[in-house]
Design a protein around this ligand. Sequence first.
Ligand code: ADP
Length: 517
Amino acid sequence: MIEASAYTILNVDDDEAGRYAKSRILKRAGYNVVESATGAATLKLVLSERPQLVLLDVMLPDMNGLDVCRSIKHDPSTAHIMILQVSATHVSDADRIQGLEGGADGYLTEPMEAEELLATVKALLRLYRREEENRRLLDQLRDADRRKNEFLATLSHELRNPLYPIRAAVEIMRLKDDLDPDVQFSRDVIDQQVSHLARLIDDLLDVARITRDKIELRRGRLRLVDVLNGALASSHTVIEAHDHYPTVALPAESVWIDGDAVRLTQIFVNLLSNAAKYTPKGGNIWLSAYAENDKAIVSVKDDGIGISSDQLPLVFEMFYQADGSLERAQAGLGIGLTLTRRLVELHGGTIEARSEGPGKGSEFLVTLPAFIQRELSQPAEPPGRKREESKANWRILVVDDGLNTREMYSMLLRRQGHEVDTAADGKSGIEKIESFRPDAILLDVGMPGLNGFDTCERIRAQPSGKNVALIAVTGWAQEEVQQRAQAAGFDEVLVKPVGPQEILQSVGSILERKQAQ
Ligand code: ADP
């Protein structure tokens, strides 16, 4: 129980006798009392004396009591002060209501009994204490939340640093082709797990940025189809690890978006990976997009485990996971959809989750502002892209030891009108050159047997390989790799993950360079 002397009450009344009577009652009950006879003096005293309660007469000589009440309640530094309005009997119910709506916390009519005044004051001070406690708890919560966000930011930075040298070590091991099979296997395990860790840490970093509003978009004019193809390429490992083959339906006309290529791709990679993770093997995933007026609508749909109606509104909440058990098969932090929604919103769009319930699949619908180009003339684009569009049928050889990567590149590049052949290692890649006569060869650097550098050197040594565009694809953008690639005869080095558009732009500019020579 808090003593009455801990409270200060500001008693406002221009009538001296009335003011005196009320002050006396309050002082006798142990309260500190400060007095005021005008509106202007009241507003000053509220700031200097910081009372917990103002006993406010409605009729003041200089100001209307209702206006004094509004001023106190509008100022965030005084809004928490309780206001008990007091008026004479002739005041109507309408005035009483007006007073309460103006922000007063209670209302009394004069003349009043001492008990009535004290009981009302006590009740309002109880309310004041409770609100004070709530404010304190809210401050503590905000503080804890801020410290958690700072911790997440520091943690993700600190965790990221040791990953670079591990990655570099794996990449160095990739360059050796005489590794013992057990060591090779161990290297691949480290590689996979480090990539997984890196993705989790990148998400954590993004969460820290989002909570501090530190994500900035690097906007440019992008074709929706390129963004979606890029997302398919980047998520194919997850999709195929779950044995899914997405059905894709993209718009025929050119739908353009003003956005950040990396962040837009991230949105759809998250949604496609979730669809794969939450759909049992053998299920279906659909990616479709269409344009409507000035909007692009993209749907990522699956017939997987679905989401119950009570969980549907929660899936975009930070750290939310429908199945929070530690044993759950799907690794994740429960932040993918939070990030996704924020990134969609930063692009001026909306995202919606739909599901008819558990076992009935889910659909995520993303709507983004877009513009549609139906005529032949395209919006101004960087020269690389124009070149690539003017030549629609290159012959591209993809040499990579990963079956998934070969299939994904074949699918994506063929869909853009190019002829594609593949080889699983350097030796069979070289053999295919004579029969396939490629314009460009995409060579994975870290292949077992003949690695990408050696393969490139041998191709360049052949007459048929002199003019072909040779592109190295590597997971590590070190200066050393760049130098070795140049020495081996590569025209360009692309760093994974590489989307089809990046490949085509690079092929276009290499071939143009070669023609000009
Ligand atoms: P994470 O996948 O890391 O748990 P997300 O933020 O991406 O985190 O997703 C939050 C939760 O939403 C998931 O844990 C899952 O319960 C649910 N969810 C997301 N996508 C799907 C989907 N396609 N089908 C069913 N549930 C989903």
